[in-house]
Structure formats: C-alpha cells, structure tokens
Design a protein around this ligand. Structure first.
Ligand SMILES: C[S@@+](CC[C@H](N)C(=O)[O-])C[C@H]1O[C@@H](n2cnc3c(N)ncnc32)[C@H](O)[C@@H]1O
Length: 227
C-alpha cells in the first residue's frame, strides 16, 4: 500500500525541519547561549576554535586597523574572543559588540576588550547603529545561526563607511551532519554584491574539531565600494 522507507524519510525531514526552526529562533539562541556562556571559552579552547585568530590575521594583514579611534563592530560578539584579538593589537581601537545573549555579554564584559556592548537581535531588528558609522565590521561563528544572511549582509553594508573593511566566517563543510545552517556560496556572494561589498578574499579554513570531526568554514574579506 505505502512505501515504509518514503514514510521514514518524510518523518526524518519533518523532525529535522522542526529542530532547525526551534534551534535557530532568536529565543532559542538567547537561551542556549545564556546557558553556555560560563563554559563557552573553555569548550572552544578544548575544540581549538580557530575562527577569531584566523579572521584577525587575515584582516589585519591586508587592512590598516592600527589608527587611533578606528571604529570596529563585532556582530555576535559572544564572550569577546574575536574582539580580544583586535584590542590586543591596537588598544586605541573602539569596539562595539552586539549580541542577543546577555549571558555571553556578561562574560565579555570581564575581558574588558569591548567599549560598547549592545544586547540586541540584529537579524530580527537590524543593526541598531547609524549608517556608515564603522571603519570595519567583523563576525566569527555567527552566520551558521542566521536564517536570513541577505538581511544581515545588507545591514553590514549600511553601517560600514565607504572603503571600510569587512570580514566574516560562514560554515563550509564537515564529514558529518553538523546541525547548523549552511548557506550556498552564491547566496552569500549575491548578497554581498547587492550590499555594495566587494569580496577581496575568500578562503576555506579548518575551524574546529567537533566530537572528532574536523569542521571547515569559509572566511570572506573585502571592502565597501566607494561611491
Ligand atoms: C558561536 S558564538 C560566536 C561568538 C564569538 N564571535 C566567537 O567567535 O567566539 C555565536 C554568538 O552569536 C550570537 N548571535 C547569534 N545570532 C544572533 C542574532 N541574530 N543577534 C545577535 N546575536 C546573535 C549568539 O548569542 C552567540 O553569542
């Protein structure tokens, strides 16, 4: 009468869809990261999370972020692992960090590397900052939690000044089913073009180890086109 395998596949897809919808709602992210905040750094030290260091090395190798008063925005700042890299290299940089999790921001506050912290959901409500107010916009380990990358990239373009630099990571691939959102390269690259953000570098890199599996991300770097 009916194909049991087809039924199982359908059931699996529905379960997975439900899980994704739950996992990546703003409310779920806030709760999950609030619960994770006090041991996030220890976990990523163990997993050797390489995103912040990699992003910092690539961006600071090609763009001048050493000027006093350079304004940098860290989207999904978390506990400040990425911001810490930039602050260490230039104590005079001014960093704004946005995160939906107050628990992650509390941990970040202890590091004293972020000058201004904003508790907000930038995917849902946009980036609560003025047009062209940053010299650089960065984000590591966040796009795999974002449902609408086009909206977030548009917002990045809006708050970045002409010729300002951007850099962010996007989940690329892994040998196992790693439950986070993978965006097609075309979706990211079309969104960047629409936002007036020119890609100057894209590289796949080893991001961290997840229960014995190597996870790879892509790192996008570039500039906002001048008018
Ligand atoms: C995996 S952590 C990355 C933290 C840090 N950037 C790093 O590299 O260690 C992801 C962070 O993004 C935040 N986040 C995810 N989606 C967000 C959204 N829509 N608005 C604000 N923060 C968000 C989470 O709360 C979490 O702190």
């Amino acid at each position: 009468m009916f194909d049991i395998n087809a039924l199982l596949v359908l059931e699996h897809s529905i379960l997975k869809m439900g899980l994704l919808m739950k996992v990546f709602s703003g409310r779920y992210i806030r709760k999950a990261y609030n619960a994770w905040a006090d041991h996030y750094d220890a976990d990523f030290r163990r997993n050797k999370w390489n995103g912040p260091r990699k992003l910092f090395n690539v961006l600071s190798g090609s763009y001048d972020l050493q000027r006093k008063g350079t304004k940098l925005l860290d989207l999904g700042v978390g506990t400040g692992l990425l911001s810490a890299e930039f602050k260490r290299a230039n104590p005079d940089i001014h960093i704004t960090g946005i995160d939906v999790s107050s628990g992650m921001l509390e941990e970040c506050r202890k590091k004293k590397v972020v000058d201004e912290m904003v508790n907000a959901n930038f995917e849902k409500n946009g980036i609560p900052c003025e047009d062209e107010s940053f010299d650089a916009v960065v984000s590591s380990g966040v796009f795999e939690l974002i449902n609408k990358p086009r909206k977030v990239i548009h917002e990045m373009g809006r708050v970045l000044r002409p010729s300002g630099a951007f850099s962010f990571t996007v989940y690329a691939d892994s040998p196992m089913d790693y439950s986070c959102i993978r965006h097609d390269d075309d979706v990211i690259e079309d969104a960047l073009e629409e936002a007036g953000l020119e890609v100057e570098g894209k590289q796949r890199f080893y991001a961290f180890n997840h229960y014995g599996n190597d996870i790879y991300y892509n790192l996008y770097t570039g500039r906002k086109l001048s008018r």
